[in-house]
Design a protein around this ligand. Structure first.
Ligand code: SF4
Length: 304
């Protein structure tokens, strides 16, 4: 089947020709200001206690995690993804020490750092710039939506404006930014989601990650779902929405993810999302049926 979108796999082939690269999730032991009381002690309504990071390796050191993944996949190259919680939320010294661990492994060819838009202090940028001179570095910023009503509902506790400031600072430091977006936020209309995509076309991040809004156990979202306060997207509805949005997304923006999934131990709903391979192939089939490629209907925010 023809891949009709600018996929992460095709990006990896272009960026690292000649060898296979695998991205490995790491819990680097950071916290999150939206959880530990600095900003809020409640966290985002969808966030699990592992801060979206790996569960099985939760108690292991960074080195143990890297060695576990790399020894099971000998001969391959890797990108370390510091994923759990906010991976720029510490002193520059601690950050540099933890980022530098990847240079002990010559089969690691890049570092991706996941964080909140309001958690990169001024003195952290020189650290990021230093790392980016030594390896391929991307920062993954959780945004979820450009709409303030959605950011409020999700209890993000940062504005779109703050995201934009951080985005521009990273870009002027020469660092690729990947933006995380959630599809299916309660109260968001098709037009709201399209506006988020049109805004991405305007600011042009290096990549986006689409996550389906899904419910994990022991989250505020779990309670809201149980109480009937929110409704989740049906599979057909999600596939239609995501296909439309990809059709509108600038073709140069790499799509790092097409859906969201999580370990079965903490996953609650919707059940269909657990089979992410099937969801991805349904998206590809729908794009084929419609003869639609990424960016075919692309518009930017100012034209809307
Ligand atoms: S910012 Fe990230 S780690 Fe922090 S509460 Fe929200 S989703 Fe969880």
């Amino acid at each position: 089947m023809q891949i009709r979108y600018n996929s992460f796999n095709s990006f990896l082939k272009r960026k690292f020709p000649g060898y296979k690269v695998r991205k490995i999730p790491i819990n680097a032991g950071f916290s999150c200001p939206n959880k530990n009381g600095d900003i809020s002690d409640e966290g985002c309504i969808f966030c699990d206690r592992y801060g979206s990071g790996p569960i099985k390796t939760f108690t292991q050191s960074i080195r143990q995690q890297i060695e576990m993944f790399t020894s099971a996949n000998k001969g391959k190259k890797f990108i370390a993804y510091y994923q759990a919680h906010s991976n720029t939320y510490a002193s520059p010294e601690e950050l540099e020490e933890k980022y530098n661990i990847i240079f002990e492994y010559n089969n690691i060819v890049g570092l991706f750092i996941g964080t909140r838009p309001d958690s990169i202090e001024v003195d952290v940028y020189p650290v990021l710039e230093k790392i980016s001179r030594k390896t391929y570095l991307s920062v993954e910023l959780g945004l979820q939506s450009i709409h303030e009503k959605s950011l409020d509902l999700l209890n993000r506790n940062h504005s779109y404006e703050v995201f934009l400031e951080t985005f521009e600072k990273l870009r002027s430091s020469g660092i690729d930014v990947i933006v995380h977006l959630i599809i299916g936020i309660p109260g968001e209309t098709k037009k709201d989601m399209q506006k988020t995509i049109q805004e991405m076309n305007r600011i042009k991040p290096a990549g986006v990650k689409f996550h389906l809004l899904h419910v994990l156990k022991d989250t505020k979202l779990f309670d809201m779902y149980k109480n009937g306060e929110i409704k989740l997207m049906e599979k057909k509805e999600y596939i239609k929405a995501i296909v439309d949005l990809i059709g509108e997304l600038d073709k140069d923006i790499v799509v790092h993810r097409l859906t969201g999934d999580r370990d079965i131990e903490i996953f609650h709903a919707p059940e269909w999302a657990l089979d992410s391979k099937r969801v991805i192939s349904a998206i590809q089939k729908k794009m084929d049926d419609l003869n639609l490629n990424q960016g075919q209907k692309s518009r930017i925010a100012s034209n809307s």
